[in-house]
Design a protein around this ligand. Structure first.
Ligand code: GTP
Length: 324
């Protein structure tokens, strides 16, 4: 099987960081969000096609410099085509069936098992579903016998939501769905196409462990905690010469001598946490600096962002080179 990964969105909810970096390259528990998604793919996947658009060249360069275990190709769109348009644009060589992955979700799931369930169902698609309290930002499934999806409503008002089971952004489809997408214009796969596929047998696969959508600052940090707790944060121990508690993922050239940590932190490449500073529940991207005696809690610091000596920042997002 092959996999198609949607990675062309603007990431508006993670601005200002995403003005200069695509959200999929933000490191969570020591690794870019995109790579946590790719990790879910079975080893035998033949090829991964990245349907890119916004900041495509950065994603392309990163993937070349850090090749994943599968052959990867990027197919970029000149204008944003939406999820369905991106699938149509990049999916020409997809297998039958193929995996379709959003690049901004984290989950614990055996996608090989999802593919086997799909094959047994005889349906056109199998969509993993996550159970959430607030369904408003998502596509919500109505479920019938055998978890057949009998209705699908994108971003409903709470009273119109047919269940609490939402599209988790990890699915398997027969190749023919690509023929149902009109070419050459923006198309939302979830809004325009999925409701028309229900009569051909779309099945839900309920996720039983964790799932999150890392698309907002708060959920991005919650995703990082889930990944660390699941042991997906590399060594996650305290950096040499620092104290407090882990897990902390330290990337190449990062320094934290004399700093203290409160756990669930990524310190990006060449980033520095100076002596006497304290950081917890945060992501510091490459080259970010937390100066001495500063405190950072619940923050996303973009590349080369800086928190001045003695300052306390909590629940803030600083863009590239930003200061607080
Ligand atoms: P926000 O702007 O913060 O909503 O984030 P987003 O742009 O990523 O949008 P959203 O989370 O709804 O997107 C879901 C998935 O589809 C993500 O993996 C996006 O990268 C991807 N995506 C969204 N729009 C497009 C598009 O126009 N083209 C492609 N190829 N992918 C897209």
């Amino acid at each position: 099987m092959k996999a198609l990964v949607l990675i062309g969105g603007f990431g508006t909810r993670l601005r200002p960081v995403t003005y200069t970096v695509p959200k999929q390259l933000i490191p969570l528990a020591g690794k870019p969000m995109l790579y946590h998604v790719l990790d879910l793919l079975p080893a035998e996947v033949e090829e991964v096609v990245l349907a890119t658009g916004y900041k495509s060249e950065q994603i392309d360069a990163y993937v070349r410099a850090h090749p994943p275990r599968w052959p990867v190709r990027t197919v970029s769109e000149a204008e944003p085509l939406g999820t369905g348009g991106g699938m149509k644009n990049a999916g020409g060589t997809m297998s039958d069936p193929f995996f379709l992955l959003n690049s901004d979700v984290i989950a614990a799931v055996d996608l090989g098992e999802v593919a086997r369930r799909h094959a047994r169902s005889g349906g056109i698609g199998t969509m993993t579903l996550a159970e959430v309290e607030d369904t408003r930002p998502y596509g919500v499934a109505a479920l019938g016998e055998g978890d057949r999806i009998t209705g699908f409503v994108e971003k409903p008002e709470p009273e119109a939501a047919p269940s609490h089971w939402i599209n988790a952004g990890l699915s398997v489809w027969r190749r023919e769905v690509l023929d149902r997408i009109p070419p050459g214009r923006p198309v939302s796969f979830e809004q325009e196409i999925v409701p028309k596929l229900l009569d051909q047998g779309l099945f839900g696969y309920r996720l039983s462990r964790y799932w999150d959508d890392a698309g907002t600052p708060e959920r991005l940090l919650r995703s990082q905690r889930l990944l660390f707790d699941d042991g997906r944060g590399g060594r996650g121990t305290l950096p040499a010469g620092s104290f407090g508690k882990g897990p902390v993922a330290l990337l190449k050239g990062a320094q934290a001598r004399g700093a203290s940590f409160g756990g669930y932190v990524t310190v990006g490449a060449e980033a520095v946490v100076e002596a006497g500073a304290h950081v917890e529940n945060s992501v510091l991207m490459d080259g970010a600096v937390v100066e001495r005696e500063a405190t950072v809690d619940g923050c996303l610091l973009g590349p080369r962002a800086r928190v001045r000596a003695g300052h306390r920042v909590s629940h803030q997002v600083l863009g590239e080179g930003g200061e607080a």
